[in-house]
Write a new protein. Structure first.
Length: 133
């Protein structure tokens, strides 16, 4: 995975959509992959609008970032919020409508990140920032 390219693409997305929460979410997700956990929290902290998938992803990435920073209570809270968002907004591959993305694909993305978040918050997985060598 080319983290520098990923960072450039996220920055371009953020610049392209400066007034839409999606760009900020993408940059927060990339910050997490870079091990910049506080930045992830900052970029996902106020995500209260957008499509169902993005609202869920914001909460799940925030949960993982809190856990990486040793703030397990907040991590568990965010994970629970994410699970509630999933139950309310995208409970199944056909349980919601999306004008932008196919519901089955969205459901798969959400479930994949949910599994990662559950593992991280349970202390079973640790983010591995990119090697600088």
């Amino acid at each position: 995975l080319d983290y520098e390219k990923l960072s450039r693409m996220a920055a371009e997305c953020g610049a392209r959509f400066p007034h839409r929460p999606f760009g900020n979410l993408v940059e927060g997700m990339v910050a997490y992959r870079h091990g910049r956990f506080q930045e992830t929290i900052n970029r996902t902290a106020n995500y209260r609008q957008g499509n169902p998938k993005d609202m869920v992803l914001a909460r799940l990435y925030k949960a993982m970032a809190y856990q990486q920073l040793g703030r397990s209570e907040l991590a568990a809270e965010c994970l629970e919020e994410g699970k509630q968002e999933i139950a309310n907004r995208c409970p199944s591959p056909t349980g919601f409508k999306s004008q932008y993305q196919h519901p089955t694909i969205v459901w798969c993305i959400v479930q994949t990140v949910l599994r990662e978040a559950e593992s991280v918050v349970a202390g079973e997985a640790v983010a591995r920032p990119p090697s600088t060598s």
